[in-house]
Design a protein around this ligand. Structure first.
Ligand code: UDP
Length: 465
């Protein structure tokens, strides 16, 4: 416990949406703060609160649940839409509307629940960055948990705040930034490119970096040893303190610790039995996270490539209708197709050889810490940059060729799989991943870089209380 006996209670409010990749890192940080003796409440939209309560199958019927998990309390605020409104249908519009309604609704929640209890800190993430305004209006210091690589933080900061980019970004430009590998235009986060169709997210990030000094602390779901140069490049500008990786403790060999991560979809548990029957390091795991939707042509190319390479595969396909007709039947002795996996258990399974991934940051951290080499097939947002990190910085995998018309061929995928599993680099990728896993485990143990950052943060909040 970091707090001294007799010291005043310290209350922290965390604000997040409930996308799988946003919620779990926040919950894992919440759990660390609870372990340090802090009182932590998670606030999300009423819609998100319903999703959480459904996922943890509590019998609670109210939207304000106390101690819903490991001492973490749950509160909710309206997002301005009916519960049955399809928020994913136009995500950009939803995020924009939420940024308008969010600050007032969150402020009301703070006034209602913290008029007698002192709130010492609010922690938001980049996708609810408007929470900082509600925090400051109520005189509460705010921290951000950055949930992408620190390298992305450095890129966005230099783009939005320092204007260190060419005025027009055209194809094949080379961008040189401190602490980062040379980036081609195509390696940049998609929100910065002229082709970006998510104006609302661009504005959200732009507003956040414009006013970044409103945050007292910027924490990150990463660890110092993984992104040393990028982190150090920000020290003099606007420091970022890694406190991760915020992945299930089991992946970090912390077998006694409880994981507070929530499965927002119902996972298929039979796949672990299926994996038990496969040879060690033989299975290709394929998943593109919770949001990406691939075109029918791309799905067909992946299916054909998997079939032709003849390796066993485990493929997460959210809607069976996305697969070519007859594919599942034709490959039933070779592979398994499931709607949602227990991904961290899958990645830690000894039969997994490599991971074809969209390079969502959570998936990438999980694969790194599980020591699994990756074939990167980025789609949007931070993923193109993350893919660059996989290949050129972490050196734990390959990237599928970008194609001018956007549709990859099955031959290109097959070539990449063969190069990964039969090429000379496979052992090197595994070795590099093993080194990073070791560094991650050390970062989160007592005296490690992330642990020190968490304690520093807690002590700073405690001093202000
Ligand atoms: N995930 C999972 N099962 C699946 C697919 C994904 O548990 O079948 C989890 C995965 O472990 C990760 C999260 O969903 O923690 C996805 O987050 P990420 O940042 O990788 O991608 P996003 O979904 O945000 O694009």
């Amino acid at each position: 416990m970091a707090l001294n006996e007799g010291q005043e209670e310290i209350h922290v409010l965390m604000v997040t949406l409930t996308a799988q990749g946003h919620l779990n890192p926040m919950l894992r940080l919440a759990k660390r703060l609870v372990d340090e003796g802090l009182h932590v409440t998670l606030a999300t939209t009423q819609f998100g609160c319903h999703r959480i309560l459904k996922a943890v199958t509590t019998t609670t019927t109210t939207t304000d649940a106390t101690n819903f998990m490991s001492g973490i309390r749950l509160l909710s605020f309206p997002d301005g839409f009916n519960l049955d409104y399809d928020r994913g249908a136009n995500l950009d519009h939803y995020m924009e509307s939420l940024a308008k309604a969010g600050p007032l609704n969150l402020s009301n929640l703070i006034k209602q629940h913290y008029h007698r209890t002192k709130l010492s800190c609010i922690i938001s993430n980049p996708f609810v960055s408007w929470a900082v305004d509600a925090a400051l209006e109520n005189g509460i210091p705010c921290a951000m948990l950055w949930i992408q690589p620190c390298s992305l933080y450095a890129i966005y900061y230099r783009f939005y705040k320092l204007n260190q980019f060419p005025t027009t970004l055209i194809s094949n430009m080379i961008i040189e930034l401190p602490g980062l590998p040379l980036l081609h235009t195509e390696d940049l986060p998609s929100f910065l490119l002229p082709s970006n169709s998510f104006g609302g997210v661009f504005k959200l990030l732009s507003d956040m970096f414009e006013t970044i000094k409103k945050y007292k602390w910027v924490l990150a779901n990463s660890f110092f040893e993984l992104e040393k140069e990028a982190i150090e490049s920000m020290t003099e500008l606007c420091p970022i303190r890694p406190v991760g990786p915020l992945v299930p403790p089991l992946l970090l060999d912390q077998h006694q610790s409880l994981d507070v991560g929530i499965e927002m979809e119902k996972p298929d548990e039979t796949s672990l039995d299926w994996l038990n029957k496969q040879r060690p390091h033989s299975v290709i795991y394929v998943s593109f996270g919770s949001l990406a939707v691939l075109s029918a042509k791309t799905m067909e190319a992946i299916a054909t490539a998997l079939k032709n390479t003849k390796h066993p595969f485990l493929w997460v396909v959210k809607t069976a209708g996305q697969l070519p007709l007859g594919f599942e039947e034709e490959t039933k002795t070779q592979g398994l197709i499931i709607p949602w996996s227990l991904q961290t258990k899958v990645l830690a399974h000894p039969s997994i050889a490599c991971f074809i991934t969209h390079c969502g940051w959570n998936s990438m951290l999980e694969a790194l810490v599980a020591g699994v080499p990756m074939i990167a097939y980025p789609q949007w947002s931070d993923q193109p940059t993350n893919a660059k990190l996989v290949v050129d910085v972490f050196k734990v995998g390959l990237k599928l060729k970008a194609v001018p018309n956007g549709v990859i061929s099955n031959e290109d995928i097959e070539e990449c799989i063969t190069q990964m599993l039969s090429g000379p680099d496979f052992e090197g990728f595994k070795k590099n991943a093993a080194v990073l896993k070791q560094a991650a485990c050390e970062a989160v143990t007592s005296g490690g870089s992330s642990e020190r950052n968490i304690r520093l943060f807690v002590n700073e909040i405690a001093r202000r209380s």
